[in-house]
Ligand binder design. Structure first.
Ligand SMILES: Cc1cc2nc3c(=O)[nH]c(=O)nc-3n(C[C@H](O)[C@H](O)[C@H](O)COP(=O)(O)OP(=O)(O)OC[C@H]3O[C@@H](n4cnc5c(N)ncnc54)[C@H](O)[C@@H]3O)c2cc1C
Length: 410
């Protein structure tokens, strides 16, 4: 049964479970709720996490949650340029998020939090800017609780934001995605493959191996209109690098969702509600990576919320932004800045659209920085072999652990 709490955490994704774990460990009476009947299911994610962030957060993966280790990332740019990076950020692990998310919620429970699946936040009562009552539909029964602080970790389309009439980010900063978990014809290279090309739109496509012959294959783009299914099918069927690797008639799972990429919004606090994870746009905006940042920021939200409750001092909530800044500020700010550079190039109609995708890929892979933008168009106007040679020289100059070659698919 749902009981009264001091800290209510809405949403048991990585942000909510880490918030509940931190708040309960700190000694606050904590309640974690999720509307899903089974926490972690369905998956709405590519399931990949950068190794550098995992190490930085000291995040120990739950047993069974590690699907694959990926030791490189290959960028396939406008079917003309292939760039493989072995820089630390581009090494990653793939998760079984169903196992990962459920295990994180179990860790919150082990830390002492109450945890309830099939428990949906449906309404709130406000007194000024404070939420004084939350209504939860728990297995078909309506229950009211009166928390002192709430962590809203209820995802990209946050119910709490809606109920409080807030718009922390807009549709223009949402990437809409769809992917299939597919079986490959042959063993896959154990690296992520990222595709930037006009056929995908303002975003990217991916192959994220989950095992030698299993991968998440999909795309996400800003402003994606019409049927996502049709867009994905068309891309899968018409990209020779996909068709040579996969038969799209063997679909194990369909995963669909939206990723917020607004850039750094600080630690959004409204009254006694701290927003965390996707609900607060806390992703690395240039790639939409949100699992580890959400986990880290949720932890910060849980610590701040429980400290305010235990010290009976709501002014402590003001420390949220500073806390997030210390834990993830650099990464979130840098990710937002790279995304802004990518958007600038993508919307520059003076550059042919195919060339834009190549430059965006070079920015995304961090082979080029904002200071190189002026020279980037010259690079693309060179004959292909000369362009590849110039890129090789840039890689050598930067001592980048990366290789580049030409693709002849256009
Ligand atoms: C197509 C796609 C691919 C992605 N791929 C990657 C990737 O490869 N790597 C990566 O790092 N990130 C990826 N992301 C982003 C990543 O999935 C999110 O950033 C991450 O899940 C955010 O965690 P969270 O806890 O904030 O939110 P979520 O994981 O979305 O969890 C929110 C929870 O809140 C619950 N909830 C919602 N409303 C209510 C309510 N009213 N009452 C109770 N519970 C509620 C939901 O059921 C959900 O469980 C991807 C996103 C998309 C859309």
């Amino acid at each position: 049964m749902i009981k009264e709490c001091e800290v209510l955490v809405v949403g048991a994704g990585p942000a909510g479970s880490s918030a509940a774990m931190a708040a309960a460990e700190n000694g606050a009476r904590t309640l974690l709720i999720d509307r899903k009947k089974e926490i972690g299911t369905p998956v709405q994610c590519g399931e990949v996490v950068g190794e550098t962030l995992l190490k930085k957060l000291n995040l120990e993966l739950p047993p069974g949650a590690l699907a694959a280790r990926l030791d490189h990332t290959t960028f396939l740019l406008d079917r003309r340029v292939k760039l493989t990076s072995r820089e630390p950020y581009w090494k990653s692990v793939t998760l079984e998020r169903k196992i990962f998310d459920k295990a994180l919620a179990a860790r919150a429970a082990e830390a002492g939090s109450m945890v309830h699946a099939d428990a949906r936040l449906t309404d709130i009562k406000m007194d000024g800017d404070q939420v004084v009552r939350a209504t939860i539909m728990h297995q078909g029964v309506e229950v009211n609780v009166h928390p002192k602080v709430i962590v809203a970790a209820d995802g990209v389309h946050s119910t709490m934001s809606r109920l409080m009439n807030l718009e922390l980010f807009t549709e223009k900063t949402l990437a809409k995605g769809l992917e299939y978990e597919l079986i490959s014809r042959q063993p896959l290279p154990m690296g992520m493959q990222i595709f930037l090309e006009p056929e995908v739109g303002l975003g990217y496509g991916w192959i994220i191996p989950k095992g030698p012959r299993r991968a998440n294959v999909g795309l996400a783009a800003i402003g994606l209109e019409g049927s996502r299914r049709d867009r994905l099918q068309e891309w899968l069927m018409n990209n020779p690098m996909i068709t040579e690797q996969f038969d799209t008639d063997q679909v194990l799972e369909v995963k669909r969702g939206d990723a917020p990429i607004p850039g750094f919004l600080g630690g959004p606090l409204r009254g006694n509600v701290l927003f965390a994870g996707d609900a607060a746009g806390q992703t690395l905006a240039f790639v939409g990576e949100g699992i580890a940042p959400s986990y880290a920021c949720g932890m910060g939200a849980g610590m701040v919320a429980s400290t305010a409750v235990l010290q009976n001092d709501m002014s402590k909530l003001q420390h949220y932004e500073e806390t997030i800044g210390k834990i993830m500020g650099d990464e979130l700010i840098e990710g937002g800045a790279i995304k802004d550079n990518i958007l600038e190039v993508w919307t520059d109609e003076k550059i042919p659209v195919g060339d834009r995708t190549v430059i965006c890929g070079l920015l995304m892979s961090e082979i080029l920085g904002s200071e190189d933008l002026e020279d980037a168009t010259d690079l693309l106007s060179m004959p292909r072999q000369e362009m590849i040679q110039t890129l090789e020289e840039i890689l050598i100059h930067r001592k980048a652990r990366a290789t580049v070659s030409a693709l002849q698919l256009r």
